[in-house]
Design a protein around this ligand. Structure first.
Ligand code: PHE
Length: 357
């Protein structure tokens, strides 16, 4: 018995892994293991012999079982230590560099604008880029003969003379989303609609495809004062300055009455733009109180509801905020330009984290 004890306790202490340990368990205390076979021999012994051998065999079995358990625990601990050592990760390391592709300034600025208006309770709405001329013009109080149709340099979709469908255009502004949202949601509502728009125009500040954000707020007693406050809050947050001065200039849009174009006080020094100071004014958006005919086109009763709307050029404010001189380069897909003006993928703009950091 002493021999058995020494043999197994030594082997168990030296077992390299759990498989070896299991083999030892089977050969020692398994059903046909050495200790178990010895226990079967108890029956052939005299009662006196049995009284000595029985307890001794049981004690040996217990001793081997606890040695097995202790070794198993030790092997498990060692395996865990090894995993903790090799799978260790330094979560304080800086994030990977930004050179694996960048976020386009238009995407960045759209996210920034969305974050700011979301904070003021505006939801995001969308509409199609290929629009019927009714949504793009008529519903917005721009009838067929209206000069605004010609002014907008509209792209018309090709159609044959016998085409029954209404004429379609590439939308010239995001304002048709006003109508679609009014029809879909009714009043009250508060939305912005960022997206692509198209006009046949091309120079340093115009491309045939560009981006706007439409804003629309409708309620029982919305006024120009609400419009002014909202736009001031937006401009402060977007340009990340505490003081801004906006100038509302009387203007004309068929879909708003009264209408105002909004300029922002700024200065140009050595080609860099500073917002909020200086003697220059820069036009950034068109706006006004929604025309009653536009509310009607959106199935909203103008005797019950009123609201403001605005349309802001995303490309324009991106150029201003990030000092990008030529709009055409935005859409050239030049990798050097994208790397220079692009944003890191992990810099998701939030109001609390900083919009453009
Ligand atoms: N849709 C106008 C444009 O494209 C901008 C605008 C929107 C003006 C909403 C007033 C109200 O120029």
């Amino acid at each position: 018995m002493t021999e058995l004890r020494d043999k197994y306790l030594t082997a168990i202490a030296a077992a390299p892994d759990e498989d070896a340990l299991e083999d030892l368990r089977v050969t020692a205390v398994g059903k046909k293991g050495e200790v178990s076979l010895k226990m079967r021999e108890l029956g052939k012994m005299t009662p006196e012999e049995r009284q000595v051998a029985g307890p001794a065999l049981n004690a040996l079995k217990d001793e081997i079982n606890s040695a097995l358990a202790a070794r198993k625990q030790a092997l498990g601990d060692a395996a865990l230590d090894e995993r903790l050592r090799t799978e260790w990760l330094d979560v304080s390391l800086p994030a990977r560099g930004r050179r694996q592709g960048t976020i386009h300034p238009i995407s960045q600025v759209s996210e920034e604008v969305t974050a700011i208006f979301a904070d003021m309770g505006f939801a995001v709405a969308e509409g199609p880029q290929i629009e019927t001329d009714w949504y793009n013009f008529d519903a917005l109080n721009i009838p067929g003969h209206h000069p605004a149709r010609a002014e907008m340099d509209t792209f018309y979709m090709h159609r044959s003379a016998d085409d029954e469908r209404p004429p379609h255009v590439l939308r010239t502004h995001t304002s048709p989303v006003q109508i679609r949202t009014m029809q879909a949601q009714g009043a009250p509502l508060r939305i912005i609609a960022p997206g692509r728009v198209y006009r046949a125009d091309y120079d340093q500040t115009h491309t045939p495809m560009f981006h706007q954000v439409e804003g629309l707020a409708i309620d029982r007693d919305i006024s120009m004062a609400n419009l002014k406050w909202t736009l001031e809050e937006f401009v402060k947050a977007f340009f990340e300055v505490d003081n801004v001065e906006l100038r509302f200039r009387a203007s004309h849009f068929p879909f708003t009455e009264p209408s105002a174009e909004v300029d922002i006080r700024c200065s140009w020094q050595d080609g860099t733009l500073k917002v909020g100071e200086g003697d220059d004014w820069l036009e950034i958006l068109g706006s006004g109180m929604v025309h009653p005919k536009v509310l009607e086109a959106g199935n909203i009763d103008p005797s019950q509801w009123q609201g403001f709307a605005f349309g802001l050029g995303i490309d324009r404010i991106a150029m201003l905020k990030y000092g990008i001189p030529d709009l055409r380069a935005f859409f050239d897909s030049d990798l050097r330009w994208l790397r220079h003006y692009g944003f890191a993928g992990l810099d998701v703009p939030t109001l609390h984290g900083g919009l453009s950091r």
